[in-house]
Write a protein that binds this ligand. Sequence first.
Ligand code: TRP
Length: 357
Amino acid sequence: MFRVGLLFTLVLDFENQHNLLACKIRKKGEMDMKTILTGIKPTGISHLGNYFGAYAPAITSLNSGVAQSFFFIADYHALTTVKNAETLREYNKQIACTWLACGLDPNNSVFYRQSDVPEIFELAIILANYTPKGLLNRAHAYKDIRKNKEKGDEEVNMGLFNYPLLQASDILTFGATDVPVGKDQKQHIEICQGIARAFNAIHGEVLTVPNVQIKKDVATIPGLDGRKMSKSYGNQIPLFCSSQELDFYIKKIKTDSSLPIDPKSTDCDIFALYKLFANKEELKIMENKFAVGVGWGEVKKELHRVTDRLIAPMREKYLFYMSNPDVVEKILQDGARRARERARQILNRVRSAVGVS
Ligand code: TRP
């Protein structure tokens, strides 16, 4: 009897050890596997600045050998400002087509629309209980509205106030380890880290505290008026405008009134733009031209040539996806299915940790 009991205990022990080991391995495997995640708000036509500031670096980091990556369209975040259904649908479509045209490979990463993954919103409601209101009071977007426009709380919608909370949920729902974002998003990721830590302090290591990857060396792209290219300044060059339109925009870029024979400083917007598109040899030649004198018309023509060289193949893809919405929808639905699989696993852990069914 005793022997059988002992044997039984040993077997059980062995199984427990085995399970423990398997569990450790699985956990270690999960932890070792980098998961990068980033999102972009659909807010209308993208411009050249977005390409260099967001699309290109994100797609490069995706192709840099990370194990898993999640890219999504943050359409719920857009609801803070977009209040027209048709407009939002159009923005969603444009942004999906833009990602795909810029080289996002949906086989390599999980590409989805935030609104197709309800787990994100469930987690957000849970996380709200671990988020001090004061933390969100300090979020820049909310603070700026209160400060600069002297708006009262009556004019701030809760979507805006909760924006960082939803963003935290976007990240934590997938156990992202790394979140590549622009400088302006740093605070949002720090808020996310704070919320995850607050949750873990009570429930154990349930949520992954993500690292923020601030994209360095991201050139600030000058807009048509010399200020940073930005939708809010209306000084942008649309990413996928036609070649003729591109020519039109480039001709509008501000230059000085120097003559073609005058030597020119390379410290100007046109040259900054040229640098982004030209190869080393082209750049050298252009530098020489600047040194001895060159007409702005000639420089602009050359800028158009190199810009269109990069953009044209992407533009073609963009137009293909825009006129084949079914193809895009299928990609997004497939992405949402894979995203939900992952989200459900994490949400189940969270539910069990807090005690909801
Ligand atoms: N707030 C981001 C922006 O405006 C978009 C975003 C939403 C995001 N959720 C995210 C970025 C999660 C990174 C991770 O650009």
